[in-house]
Structures are given as structure tokens and as C-alpha cells.
Design a protein around this ligand. Structure first.
Ligand code: MN
Length: 367
């Protein structure tokens, strides 16, 4: 990633935004991090650049992307917060300060209850939700490059990621960050499981892709017959969720079939239930495995229908009322691009059933 590519990426989703501050933040960061290196031996600047890239993948605003470039300047260089404020103004300085403060807290407890307290504290501390999103981007890049740290540090950071940051990403509905964090955590906490899964999943790749294709076309056909217009996607489950399932049900990989999730995105809540009817009529449901998060939304505002199929993939039906998602008007994430565009009329919903082929899509839910 170069600064030019970063600016292009930001322009692609916010063409009229003043991106000049991103260029300035890059130059400032390059200046103060000069001579520093990452554990990998790369120039330090690669890290803030990659973090800013992930922030752009989340489609956050220009101050957030600039903060990505600046996020380690106060913590790790001679630069002061006052300098950042003087050059970039109070908004960006406030974001840098928030990210720096979170970085100074050490989450060491392994207890679930404590971890929950930490997560709550983080959310309360941040006040501006962008601080949390920037921190998640920071952690995502650090997890991707964790292999360069000493083994004890790897385990500590991976555990903290699993206890604190992955659940935060989950709560915010950013599925692709959550999966990225969890899979990398698994790689360092249980490498034998991770690499075994990787081999097994690779072995079944062709079979799985064929299966996804078949189900997708069948699903589209059935929905079309019912005159339900939908966007349908399918994706393999990520490693950590397979691992959790193996743990919970004491199964071997070969005994697990629902490794694929499908998502159907629709325009209204009514269509969600119609699509669910189509799914139920054509694929046998698993008794007791159905969740209606439309009637009973999750605490974060997430709304969808989750329906499990045996052997045939689980289908989910997901809806985001355009008025309730994303959590703040300022943040747009890939977690809900259509809802975030504001193209839905107030009170209407983006609704889906099934799930998708890439983790860069909306959060999903099927298991
Ligand atoms: Mn960092």
C-alpha cells in the first residue's frame, strides 16, 4: 500500500472529501517515525499505512483515515499531542488521543466477566466510536504480522485479541474484522489446530465451491419463482468458528458439515419472512435451530433471521433498519454498506437470508 493507493481508496467511496489532510498526515508520520523499524525489520511507516488502509476498507471518514496514519505518533515518537492538534486540529487530535489511551491499558485478565468489564470500559472510554474502529484496525494489522514477535508475546496478544477485540468487532457487527482477528488468534494459540484446519479446508475446497454454487443457483431460482428479488451470497465459515463448533460439539472436522453460510439480502422486513418461507419450503430445517432477530433485535441493533439447514447450508435472513444502523451517522463500515448508504426509506429494512462468499461483506450470523 502506498499513500497514493490509500488516497485512491478513500476517494472511491467519498469522492468529494478533502483528502489533502491524509497526505499531510502521511508526511508528518513519515517524519516522526523516521529510522524506526517494526519487529519484522520493515520501516515503521508500513504499519500506520496498512492500518489506514484497513480504516479505508471500513469506509470511515477522512479524519479517521488520517488518524490511522498518526495513531502511533504520540505513543511511540517524540511528537506531542499538542503538535498533532496544532497541525491537524482538535478532531483528529482527539481521535489520536483516544487511540493512545486505549493502547496504554493492559488487559491481562482471562476471566470472562473481567473481559466483559474491559469491553464495556473501552466503549465508554472511547466516547467517539471511531476510536474503537481505529483501534480494531490497528489490532487487525498487528495480528496479521504477529509472527515477528517473540512467542510469549504472541500468546498474550492473541489471547487479549480473543478476549477483548474480537468480541468488540462482533458487537459492532463487523464480521470480516472479527473473523480476521479470530483466525489469526487461533494461529498463535492453537497452531496445530489452525494448520490442520487449513489443510482440511483446502482439501475440500473444490467440493465446497461446487456446493456453494449449486445452492446459490437453486436459492436464486426458488426466490425468483416466489417473485422475491434478492441479493444472494455464500461463503465458507472461518477457521475459528469451525474450531468453536468442534469444541462445543466434540466433533472432528470430518463430522462437521455446515461449513458454509448463505445470506439473502432483501429490501423489506416482509420480504425477509417471504424468503424464509421459500427456504423452509425447499431445505429441511434443523429442529430448534431458528432465530428471529427481527422481532427480537440484538442489543447492538442487529436484525436478521437465522435459519439452520442440515447438510444443506444454513440460511440466514438479515435486516438492518436503515434508521438504526450503523450505530453512529459518522461511521460507515462494510458491516452494512447498503444500509449505510441511506438509500433505504426510513423504517424499511435491508434484509437477508443466507450468507456470503467473502468476509469483506456485511456481518453475518449463520452457524
Ligand atoms: Mn499501532
Amino acid at each position: 500500500m502506498t499513500i497514493g493507493e490509500l488516497i485512491e481508496r478513500v476517494r472511491s467511496y467519498t469522492p468529494s472529501a478533502p483528502v489533502e489532510v491524509i497526505q499531510r498526515a502521511y508526511e508528518f508520520s513519515a517524519g516522526v517515525h523516521k529510522g524506526q523499524r517494526r519487529a519484522s525489520g520493515e520501516p515503521y511507516l508500513t504499519h500506520p499505512l496498512q492500518v489506514a488502509g484497513i480504516i479505508a476498507d471500513l469506509r470511515l471518514d477522512v479524519p479517521s483515515v488520517a488518524t490511522g496514519l498518526l495513531h502511533d505518533t504520540v505513543e511511540d515518537t517524540l511528537a506531542t499531542l499538542a503538535q498533532v492538534e496544532e497541525r491537524f486540529g482538535p478532531e483528529i487530535a482527539g481521535l489520536v488521543d483516544g487511540v493512545t489511551k486505549i493502547g496504554q491499558i493492559n488487559f491481562t485478565s482471562r476471566e470472562e466477566k473481567q473481559a466483559e468489564n474491559f469491553r464495556k470500559m473501552l466503549l465508554a472510554m472511547a466516547r467517539d466510536i471511531r476510536v474503537i474502529l481505529i483501534k480494531l484496525a490497528d489490532r487487525t494489522h498487528n495480528m496479521r504480522t504477529l509472527g515477528h514477535l517473540p512467542p510469549e508475546r504472541q500468546v498474550d496478544i492473541a489471547q487479549e485479541t480473543l478476549d477483548i477485540y474480537a468480541p468488540l468487532a462482533h458487537r459492532l457487527g463487523i464480521y470480516w474484522i472479527k473473523s480476521d482477528l479470530e483466525d489469526n488468534a487461533l494461529r498463535f494459540l492453537h497452531p496445530e489446530v489452525y494448520y490442520q484446519l487449513k489443510r482440511s479446508v483446502a482439501k475440500r475446497k473444490a467440493e465446497r465451491e461446487k456446493y456453494i454454487k449449486e445452492v446459490l443457483s437453486a436459492l436464486l431460482k426458488k426466490l425468483a419463482e416466489a417473485e422475491v428479488e434478492a441479493e444472494v451470497t455464500g461463503r465458507p465459515k472461518h477457521f475459528y468458528s469451525i474450531y468453536q463448533k468442534m469444541q462445543a460439539q466434540n466433533l472432528l472436522y470430518d463430522q462437521i458439515y455446515d461449513l458454509v453460510a448463505f445470506r439473502v439480502v432483501l429490501d423489506t422486513v416482509g420480504e425477509c419472512y417471504e424468503a424464509l418461507g421459500v427456504v423452509h419450503a425447499n431445505w429441511k430445517p434443523v429442529p430448534g435451530r431458528f432465530k428471529d432477530y427481527i422481532a427480537l433485535p440484538k442489543a447492538n441493533g442487529y436484525q436478521s433471521l437465522h435459519a439452520w439447514r442440515s447438510r444443506a447450508a444454513p440460511a440466514t435472513c438479515t435486516a438492518w433498519p436503515s434508521t438504526a444502523w450503523p450505530p453512529t451517522g459518522a461511521t460507515r463500515s462494510r458491516a452494512a454498506p447498503r444500509a449505510a448508504t441511506g438509500s433505504a426509506s426510513p423504517g424499511s429494512a435491508r434484509c437477508s437470508s443466507g450468507s456470503s462468499s467473502s468476509r469483506t461483506r456485511r456481518s453475518s450470523c449463520a452457524r
